[in-house]
Design a protein around this ligand. Structure first.
Ligand SMILES: Nc1ncnc2c1ncn2[C@@H]1O[C@H](COP(=O)(O)OP(=O)(O)OP(=O)(O)O)[C@@H](O)[C@H]1O
Length: 240
């Protein structure tokens, strides 16, 4: 369970959210500028809130009043940013190996890397450098690097925005099964209402830095579904 109460100002933008996320997979949905990336960065520990607290699985990750701030690398959490932040001087395999510590044996360690690359369909890219990857391929590798670490909490910021619909859907389906089997709680920011329906995720709807609703997509995104339907029918009328 991920629980937080956060207050953070970024220029004119003010994020103020209290929330308890219990679902395996939560989709953070909101229009551009609603605060999705800001929230994920706070949860990952890449930014500090002005005030507030974050707890995951009973462990306090951030508590400003208590002057407690756990470093990102100690949170048991992996974060895939909107722009894949791959190391340019390392090939794909080295990028994915980075962060996986060989606790038990080398075979298990390399097995994790191979499994992660295969899951995202990037096994054949292992010796390429980031400059030779397409945007979609780089996103796949960034996700592989995140899951190879075997996080307890996975934060995804529009991870497959560079992939076409069917490719992104197939990847999300495979990823969901793997994350469920490995007991990983996932929070994913997206603009795609369809993702929330397909994943059967809980939806946290953000508007102007506030939590407008939290619940199943059928309820929270009902208005959004109407908006999409009316947009499509208006388009169809214009095309006639
Ligand atoms: N460091 C900063 N200084 C000033 N304003 C900021 C800063 N970081 C974010 N903002 C503002 O906060 C608001 C929320 O930004 P954020 O990136 O969280 O939105 P988002 O919902 O992820 O948008 P998008 O879907 O376009 O990625 C935006 O208006 C943005 O300009």
């Amino acid at each position: 369970m991920l629980e937080f109460a956060l207050d953070a100002r970024r220029g004119a933008f003010h994020l103020e959210i209290s929330c308890r996320l219990t679902a395996e997979w939560t989709v953070i949905f909101g229009h551009s500028g609603a605060g999705k990336s800001t929230l994920l960065r706070l949860l990952a520990g890449l930014d500090r809130p002005d005030n507030g607290r974050i707890a995951f699985g009973g462990t306090i990750l951030t508590d400003i009043a208590a002057r407690l701030f756990m470093a990102p690398g100690r949170r048991g959490c992996a974060f895939v940013t909107q722009q894949p932040a791959l190391f340019p001087h390392m090939n794909v395999r080295s990028n994915v190996v980075y962060g996986v510590r060989p606790r038990n044996n080398l075979r298990e360690w390399m097995g994790r890397v191979d499994e992660a690359l295969a899951l995202v369909g990037a096994s054949d890219l292992h010796d390429r450098y980031p400059r030779d990857l397409s945007g979609g391929e780089a996103q796949r590798v960034a996700v592989a690097r995140a899951i190879a670490v075997r996080p307890k909490l996975l934060l995804l910021d529009e991870p497959f925005s560079a992939l076409d619909g069917p490719a992104a859907d197939a990847l999300l389906d495979r990823l969901q099964v793997w994350l469920r089997n490995n007991g990983v709680q996932t929070v994913m920011a997206t603009h795609e209402a369809a993702d929330a329906f397909a994943l059967g995720a809980e939806v946290a709807l953000l508007q102007d830095g506030r939590l407008a609703a939290l619940g199943p997509p059928q309820e929270v995104l009902a208005q959004e579904r109407e908006r999409i339907t009316s947009r499509l029918s208006n388009r169809a009328v214009r095309l006639k």
